[in-house]
Design a protein around this ligand. Structure first.
Ligand SMILES: NC(=O)C1=CN([C@@H]2O[C@H](COP(=O)(O)OP(=O)(O)OC[C@H]3O[C@@H](n4cnc5c(N)ncnc54)[C@H](OP(=O)(O)O)[C@@H]3O)[C@@H](O)[C@H]2O)C=CC1
Ligand SMILES: C[C@H]1O[C@H](OP(=O)(O)OP(=O)(O)OC[C@H]2O[C@@H](n3cnc4c(=O)[nH]c(N)nc43)[C@H](O)[C@@H]2O)[C@@H](O)[C@@H](O)C1=O
Length: 316
């Protein structure tokens, strides 16, 4: 990929988008464009088409979406289905019609069936029913994956989909209602420690298992996909290592230095019992994660402390 290629990074201010932007800049890509959601609402099909037509990017990377944890997904199914279909479909359709050379779409591990064999292989897509708490978001993401696959099949274009596992890191969302588990735990344990080690309430039973990839590793996988023509349409991206939510809680509690009680709120959903990714395909191509969980939690906690008065909170 030429370093002066014109790359439009949708969602460039999000946790993943900001990390991708950092990696691209560091690698010397000099012609990056990004727009905030206020400057360009990606749900507006005409605005997206006109923007791509005027900017004529060589590459589009889609890191823009309506994103949230289990409760947000469960409580706002319409937004998670509709907004994500609008955002991705507007970008994919305009990129195809306006001859963008390469398109990288970001899906999610939740596209795979709730009870598929573990670890999850790309070929398990659409082989059984989805996890109810996030099937809306999952169906939107599956649509994006299939749209890119159809463009590859029918027009032979380099439109490729990456399926990230649970991601975390700097610039994450720390809103306690809409965030994912890892940033929520960091904030909850920190604020409880500051409050004389008061009890921390966590959701569900603590028994589900999750895999966590540090966002800089995710960004590196996107740039890897940018710089290599990947032979297939769909690739899992993860660490290949998972832990229980209870073990995650104990790890973060220790890292933060909280010594109070942990209370599990069984009125909140557990979600899918496990969603460990099979990452053989990306490993065989040469990509592998670099940041292990403990180091990633430390980096994220330090970022949280530095930005404690201005950390991001995404509201629905
Ligand atoms: N976080 C995770 O655990 C996982 C994330 N993913 C995927 O990775 C990608 C990035 O996620 P993440 O960085 O965590 O999400 P964030 O919520 O941090 O960022 C989302 C970005 O999308 C942009 N956006 C949202 N709605 C619109 C809109 N209507 N118009 C224009 N821009 C919009 C936001 O722009 P602005 O800031 O300008 O409002 C923001 O920059 C998504 O595709 C997500 O599905 C996949 C698996 C796991
Ligand atoms: C990336 C992925 O993210 C989502 O799926 P999820 O992994 O289930 O989401 P989560 O990170 O919010 O929860 C993981 C587990 O953790 C438990 N949990 C405990 N205590 C808290 C807590 O305080 N907050 C949260 N959010 N979860 C908690 C929670 O009960 C659950 O068992 C979907 O967006 C899905 O579509 C998707 O793509």
């Amino acid at each position: 990929m030429e370093k002066d290629s014109k790359i439009y990074l949708a969602g460039h201010r999000g946790m993943v988008g900001a990390a991708i932007w950092r990696v691209l800049k560091k690698k010397g890509y000099s012609n990056l464009i990004g727009r905030t959601s206020k400057e360009l609402d990606l749900r507006n099909q005409k605005a997206v088409f006109d923007f791509i037509k005027s900017e004529k990017p060589d590459v589009v990377i889609d890191a823009a979406a309506r994103v949230g944890g289990i409760l947000a997904n469960n409580n706002y199914p319409f937004q998670f289905l509709m907004e994500n279909m609008q955002i991705q479909n507007n970008l994919i359709d305009a990129a195809h019609k306006l001859d963008v050379k390469k398109f990288i779409f970001l899906g999610s591990s939740c596209i795979y069936p709730k009870l598929a064999p573990q670890p999850l292989k790309e070929e398990y897509l659409l082989t059984d029913s989805l996890e109810p708490t996030n099937e809306w978001y999952a169906i939107a993401k599956i649509t994006g994956v299939k749209a890119c696959q159809a463009i590859r099949k029918q027009f032979g274009k380099d439109f490729v989909s990456l399926m990230p596992t649970n991601l975390y890191g700097t610039h994450d969302n720390f809103d306690l209602e809409t965030s994912h588990v890892l940033p929520a735990m960091i904030r909850k344990f920190h604020e409880a420690k500051e409050n004389n080690n008061s009890a921390v309430t966590l959701w569900g039973s603590g028994t589900p298992m999750r895999e966590f990839l540090f966002v800089d590793d995710m960004a590196a996988s996107v740039v890897f996909a940018l710089e290599n023509e990947l032979p297939e349409y769909l690739y899992n991206v993860g660490t290949g290592i998972d832990i229980t939510i209870k073990e995650l809680a104990e790890t973060i509690q220790k890292k933060v230095g909280h010594t109070g009680e942990i209370v599990w709120d069984s009125s909140k959903p557990d979600g899918t019992p496990r969603k460990l990714m099979d990452i053989t395909k990306m490993h065989d191509l040469g990509w592998k994660h670099q940041v292990e969980l403990e180091e990633g939690i430390e980096k994220t906690y330090q970022w949280f402390l530095t930005n404690n008065d201005s950390f991001k909170q995404v509201k629905m």
